[in-house]
Design a binder for this molecule. Structure first.
Ligand code: ADP
Length: 485
């Protein structure tokens, strides 16, 4: 419980806006619970439209101050924030495990990963370069600068309660923008702890705010304001599409990181040991609840049995339990609906001819705890091939030829991550070119890091986060045309 915290002040049940900690003006609150136990952790404000409008006014004030700072000053604040996250790693991880469920070791890993975005963008802040272009007429000079877009907003999901915020806010603040974050209902306390640390780092009032409450109301208020110039969203395709429509009203810039349906292809010439290692990392991180989790294992027939056997063995070593218990690697799914989705995908697949290989069938789940389960003989007509399972169900599709694998891999509206294992250099180039995905892991199952551009194609989204490209989402080019004397 909260009594595990070394610094209890990191647990805040108020929102942070305009540099102040506030309740809803009408006093409304909503409860937040622990997905492993069902216990209520605490309450958060259910802010109304007027409260959000206040946050926007404060963010506009914050922006005016922040944009006037030098890049070096902004970098120093981001570094201070980064260091505070490191200092309080254990507490942030505790809050995260409490509200999200992930194993404590993974939560600590996420704090490191999340903080790394603040460090990365602190470093990049001083490199928001422009360019000069030879004039179009004699004596003319053309200069291009990058300006912050202004007040920005972020709506984030529950699966990475810290990292999905820092990779947006790090870039926004480095570029000179202010940002209002609406975290997922399920995981507000990690977000509010980040706000406590932003305040401690001395980041000026209104530059970084965290608001909680009804998602649709907050989304409508943020996109309904001409002051907000950019919306960055990570979450489901349905909500992303809706927000993109809403952003049309005031022509707000929009970045979307939506669902995936990652294929993980193992060719006959793959190093099977390494493929199994990569598969475990990429399928079972966060108990299968990441948007880059392998959703479909495509395995060539020559290595099918060997791969399936080794994967089953590796899966049998996973340990399911409360995220706070020692040695646990798989923990509670976020809620009952998540459990039901895994059950449904499993039932649908078996009903259409898939074969159970190992693990306990998800119907046997106690509470939100689903055992890792492996099935094979999966085919494209099954539900799990159309949409993300977001749980510990590993599904294998056998295939014969490279062309067949590519066709199956691309047969989805999504295009976030894709993975494949091969040792043939020509095949590696061919397949890397042919996969319709924003991110391709080649003999690698862990592809997320702050130095590389993260994002998808097709219905998986727009824009990139992390890397130097992540900053582009928060700047606009301004071209200065200097006439001849
Ligand atoms: P998930 O299925 O992962 O929960 P969602 O897209 O529902 O994905 O949630 C991602 C984020 O979007 C959360 O912060 C959630 O509160 C928010 N959200 C949900 N519905 C809306 C909406 N209509 N407008 C704005 N934000 C929304």
């Amino acid at each position: 419980s909260i009594s595990r915290l070394q610094s209890p002040h990191l647990f805040r049940q108020q929102c942070y806006l305009g540099g102040k900690w506030v309740d809803a003006s009408g006093g409304q609150q909503v409860a937040v619970d622990n997905p492993a136990t069902g216990e209520v952790i605490g309450h958060i404000p259910d802010l109304g439209r007027a409260d959000i409008e206040q946050a926007i006014v404060a963010a506009e004030e914050g922006f005016k101050i922040w944009r006037g700072y030098t890049a070096q000053q902004r970098a120093d604040y981001l570094f201070a924030w980064y260091e505070l996250m490191q200092k309080h790693k254990d507490d942030i991880a505790t809050l995260m495990t409490l509200e999200q469920g992930k194993p404590l070791a993974e939560a600590k890993g996420e704090v490191d990963y999340a903080a790394s975005f603040l460090r990365w963008f602190a470093e990049e802040a001083r490199r928001v370069y422009g360019e000069t272009i030879p004039g179009a007429k004699p004596g003319q000079h053309i200069v291009v600068t990058r300006q912050p877009v202004g007040v920005t907003a972020a709506i984030t999901p529950w699966n990475f309660p810290a990292a999905m915020i820092t990779r947006k806010a790090g870039a926004a603040l480095a570029a000179g923008c202010s940002m209002i974050v609406k975290p997922a209902e399920a995981t507000p306390y990690t977000a509010l702890a980040l706000a406590v640390l932003a305040e401690e780092a001395g980041i000026p009032a209104g530059v970084f705010s965290v608001v909680t409450g009804d998602a649709a109301t907050i989304g409508e208020t943020l996109t309904g304001s001409p002051v907000v110039r950019k919306m960055s969203f990570t979450g489901s395709t349905g909500v992303g599409r809706k927000l993109m429509r809403q952003c049309a009203e005031h022509i707000q810039k929009v970045s979307l990181e939506l669902g995936g349906n990652a294929p993980f292809i193992v060719f006959d010439d793959a190093d099977i040991e390494r493929a199994v290692e990569g598969a475990m990392v990429c399928k079972f991180r966060n108990t299968g609840q990441t948007c880059v989790c392998a959703n479909r294992f495509l395995v060539q027939r020559g290595v099918h049995d060997a791969f399936v056997e080794r994967l089953a063995k590796a899966m049998s070593e996973l340990k399911l339990g409360d995220g706070f218990d020692e040695g646990v690697t798989q923990s509670a799914l976020i809620n009952r609906a998540a459990v039901e989705k895994v059950c449904e995908h499993y039932r649908d697949a078996l009903g259409k001819g898939a074969r159970h290989v190992s693990g306990t069938a998800p119907e046997g789940a106690r509470g939100n705890f689903v055992e890792p389960v492996l099935i094979t003989d999966v085919s494209s007509d099954m539900q799990l091939c159309q949409e993300e399972t977001f749980g510990p169900l590993a599904a294998v599709i056998p295939f014969d030829t490279e062309a067949e694998a590519i066709a199956i891999a691309n047969d989805t509206p999504f295009g976030l991550a894709a993975y494949f294992y091969s040792r043939d250099i020509h095949r590696i180039w061919r397949v890397a070119d042919a996969l319709e995905a924003g991110i391709v892991g080649i003999n690698e199952g862990a592809i997320s890091n702050p130095t590389a551009p993260f994002g998808g194609v097709k219905a998986s989204g727009l824009g990139r986060e992390g890397s130097r490209h992540g900053l582009d989402e928060y700047t606009e080019l301004k071209y200065l045309c200097m006439g001849a004397e």
